[in-house]
Ligand binder design. Structure first.
Ligand code: PRP
Length: 190
């Protein structure tokens, strides 16, 4: 891990690297190329849900070679339990209208699918011309709702992953790789 120039203090809780920056970049470039081909000649709006998506969406946008616009949403569950029950609160809405627009909704990770399900339902009421999903990490083990995922980076087992935007209690987001947390970090901190 030292080869990425990360301060050892930041690496204390990391067990091992699951995806290197090079592996991530290669896959993100492929997704960007695929989206560029699929939407050529159309005006595309990219929507991200904060905050974990920030690295992925900025790299993805640079890999898309057609004109795009971008906007963001943010959500907060009322509590861990309430999210499990499907309650999600929109704390930042879009600034742009999506009516009649071709939209790709970008997520860093999908787990139960409850967050995405809520957001897709919300967005569909606004009558976009089309609405597809692009997710970097797809974790199906705990999926509660079947969702249409047009663009997928990696299918992963039921791992708690951090880095490249993903956090554990707000830490590790700035790691350039995606890694697994040590079991004791999860056990100690819930
Ligand atoms: C992650 C991710 C999704 C959600 C997916 O966000 O960005 O929004 O969890 O989980 P689900 O499929 O079980 O609903 P998180 O709550 O970690 O917030 P963050 O993006 O601010 O890190």
């Amino acid at each position: 891990m030292a080869e990425y120039g990360v301060n050892p203090e930041c690496l204390e809780g990391i067990d091992r690297i699951l995806f290197t920056p090079e592996q991530i970049q290669a896959r993100v470039s492929e997704l960007g190329a695929q989206i560029s081909r699929d939407y050529e000649g159309r005006s595309l709006l990219i929507i991200g849900v904060l905050r974990g998506v920030i690295f992925f969406i900025s790299d993805l946008m640079r890999s898309i070679k057609i004109p795009i616009e971008v906007d963001f949403m943010a959500v907060s569950s009322y509590s861990a339990d309430s999210r499990e029950m499907g309650f999600v609160r929109l704390i930042k809405d879009l600034e742009l209208s999506i009516t009649g627009r071709h939209v790709v909704f970008v997520e860093d990770i999908i787990d139960t699918g409850l967050t995405l399900n809520y957001l897709l339902r919300t967005l569909r009421t606004r009558n976009p011309a089309s609405l597809e999903v692009c997710v970097l990490f797809n974790k199906e083990k705990k999926r509660l709702i079947d969702l249409p995922l047009r663009y997928k980076g990696f299918d992963i087992p039921d791992y708690y992953i951090v880095g490249y935007g993903l956090d554990h209690r707000e830490k590790y987001r700035n790691m350039p790789f995606v890694g697994l947390l040590k079991a004791e970090v999860l056990q100690n901190n819930g």
